[in-house]
Design a protein. Sequence first.
Length: 250
Amino acid sequence: MPARTVSKAAARQAPRRTVTHLPPAEFRAGAGQWPSDGVLFDRNCTDCPRLANFLAAARKEYPQYYNAPVPPFGDPNARLIIAGLAPGFHGANASSRPFTGDHAGILLYRTLHEFGFATRPESVSADDDLRLIDCRINNSVKCVPPENKPLPIEIQTCNRYLQADLQHAPRHSVIVALGSVAHAATLKALGLKAREYLFAHAAEHRLPAGQVLIDSYHCSRYNTQTRRLTPEMFAAVFRRARALLSAHED
Ligand code: SF4
């Protein structure tokens, strides 16, 4: 994908000024500073040609950015799993941590902190000291897509990583799907039929393996600024997740 297309796509996603960016992926990998916890994940994956080309162009135009597949963040055995859509260009694609550096992460991390799932209310960079508590964040697609819109084939191709990750989910875990794409990707990763679990904000689905899937509108800039998703609505989702998890504590 031509670099000018990267500029056009990137301009629509304004970065947050507070974020500090890590060195480019090549440097970090060479220095052994890879943040993945080793669960099936390949930072060199180029199985989606369109996304691989987009990242190659992004490396030239934004060499200070991470610009590679973004690994999950948090304990692989966490009982709360958050499934997002894909890295934001100036967010996770820049910082290497999901929902870190763009607007969508503001409400997410603030809410996680409010309900005891994060040690801090703001994720600033991948090397700040924020920790998730019994929580893991993953994306349905690991590479940043142009215009924030992955193609169906890209969601399908990347699903194997989500599938591998969800195999670690404990029996009574709660999965919060942010948006209908993440909802469908989660069901596919678990081998379940989408038509039997319809997406709706705050819908709660009991899954055969004992997990609960809760749907939420995505905490994107568009959804929060149009108030399709309010902080109160988002908090209610995580309050419910906390209650479900608490019900299975000794
Ligand atoms: S989106 Fe997933 S499958 Fe596609 S290239 Fe990136 S890591 Fe690989």
